[in-house]
Write a protein that binds this ligand. Sequence first.
Ligand code: DX5
Ligand code: ZN
Length: 218
Amino acid sequence: MAGIIAPSILSADVTKLGEDVALVEKAGAKYLHIDLMDGSFVPSMAYGPAWVKQLRPQTDLFLDVHLMAVHPENHVEELAEAGADLIGVHVEATPHIHRVLQMIKAAGVKAEVVINPGTPVSAIVPVLGMVDQVLVMTVNPGFGGQAFLPATVAKIKELADYKKDNGLDYDIEVDGGINDKTIVMTAAAGANVFVAGSYVYDKKDPAAKVAKLLDLTK
Ligand code: DX5
Ligand code: ZN
């Protein structure tokens, strides 16, 4: 089955965001990855629920919201109302990951747990049965354009094996440094949802970049 490409608008041109989103949708992307950064869990700041709300009527893409914030529980309801299709929460951002995932599901939104490069899979095993998607960060979160960390590939494989061995059906997403080389490595390890920011948007022709990534997962 072909992978799902999730262009990250962190690298898009905010002055023509509607156009940048339409381009990738037409090219075959199925998800739109929206990074919310609070300047505390990660050093930088980006977007917020208002962006999700304004993008919602502009596109049919599945809105894949990556929440990089402390106290994630404070944002769940607003993001659900804004039209998020999925909310991803970092296990490192809360002592109550199970409760936050329950809140997301109760809000009628798909739930994702996220792990940083320094966090082992064992930290999320207790919640793997309740999530729709797991995000393995393949860079340290906070910025676009960083180099892929190869040591994260073993965790993708571990999650794919765990899924199979336990009859679970979560998607495995990767985020950070994904390009025409790293998408092949991560797909081989078992990832099926691929976030790409700078590879898609930094240079020319985002549509061609999406088409190429899509092709490489077939
Ligand atoms: C980083 C973000 C990513 C970012 C990826 O913290 O979570 O979604 O946009 O950017 P690239 O693809 O350039 O590494
Ligand atoms: Zn992200």
